[in-house]
Design a binder for this molecule. Structure first.
Ligand SMILES: [Zn+2]
Ligand SMILES: [Zn+2]
Length: 306
């Protein structure tokens, strides 16, 4: 089959409608979003998830960057990325990141939820020089300290994928320094979101339904307890709960929390299949652990004023 060229991707009405819908929902320029899709996701392909990356023509790249859908980041440079991430974590206004998360609960905006995880996860990211190891024959290099993945041949691939990942709340990508950096920049440059009184009530209700779970409760009951309370599906509820995990609110007391100390949990994950689908440390939570009340007071002081 002949390779499609850049602008031959996503040409169907169906693809164009989806891109237009998402551009509207996320407040983005449609052509700029189209460029991001053409680069890494052809919705017209048999399996869009398997789309090969195509570097956008320079003028399209410049257009998408001007419209703030894409960023120019040095993701092929470990030391520069880590130092930018550490600076960004210090610059970001924690109140804005928290507000954005709380407002996401009723708005159904996974992209508003994402930055709090990126922020909490990298709050103690240490200054360090790259300690890279080649990953087989993938062309990737992985830093043994922070997990940063670098592929010298990848052009802008990373940054372009990140905007699409962000629409789904970030998923498994918050530990990735490149994703976290892009997420925090978009959050800082985007509109400032203010939660309503109703959003704060939802958050307070989330904590009370979790407090009411029995000691025998597992992740399934934890997820179901948010059903009907927040906008979105099962994986949105999981994303919200995992955010609370990164913030030290849903944890396992015997294990370190990422927002208190730098810690890469990949050696400490459960083997149980269902728990494996959850991110650390939430994957270790049971009803016996309850809630980290000190962490609630730290991240959401507004709740004590309600
Ligand atoms: Zn590193
Ligand atoms: Zn690993």
């Amino acid at each position: 089959m002949e390779e499609k060229s850049f602008w031959q991707r996503n040409q169907s009405d169906k693809a164009q409608n989806q891109i237009a819908r998402e551009a509207k929902k996320f407040g983005l320029d449609k052509k700029a979003l189209n460029i991001a899709y053409n680069a890494c996701k052809d919705l017209d392909a048999f399996d869009p998830a398997l789309t090969d990356y195509l570097e956008p023509p320079e003028e399209d790249l410049a257009y998408a960057i001007e419209k703030k859908v894409l960023l120019r980041l040095p993701l092929n440079e470990h030391d520069q990325t880590i130092s930018m991430l550490r600076d960004k974590v210090r610059q970001v206004d924690r109140v804005n990141v928290v507000n954005s998360f709380v407002a996401s609960l009723s708005a159904g905006r996974p992209d508003w939820r994402s930055p709090l995880s990126s922020y909490a996860y990298h709050l103690h990211h240490p200054a360090h020089d790259a300690q890279e190891k080649a990953l087989g024959h993938t062309g990737n290099y992985e830093c043994q300290i922070c997990g940063f993945l670098r592929n010298p041949n990848n052009g802008h691939a990373g940054v372009i994928e990140y905007i699409l990942i962000r629409f789904r709340g970030g998923g498994i990508h918050h530990p990735s320094p490149g994703y976290a950096l892009a997420d925090l920049i978009w959050s800082q440059e985007g509109e400032k979101v203010k939660p309503s009184e109703a959003d704060w009530k939802i958050l307070s209700k989330i904590f009370s339904v979790i407090r009411a779970l029995p000691e025998t409760a597992q992740l399934k009951e934890l997820n179901e307890s948010l059903s009907g309370l927040v906008k979105g599906n099962k994986s949105d509820r999981q994303g919200i709960l995992e955010t609370l995990g990164y913030c030290g609110i849903l944890t396992a007391r015997s294990r370190p929390t990422v927002c208190n100390t730098w810690f890469r949990p990949h050696e400490d994950l459960p083997s149980h299949l269902y728990k494996k689908e959850w991110r650390y440390p939430t994957c270790w939570w049971t009803g016996e652990e309850g809630l980290g009340e000190e962490a609630i007071a730290f991240w959401f002081p507004e709740l004590s004023l309600m």
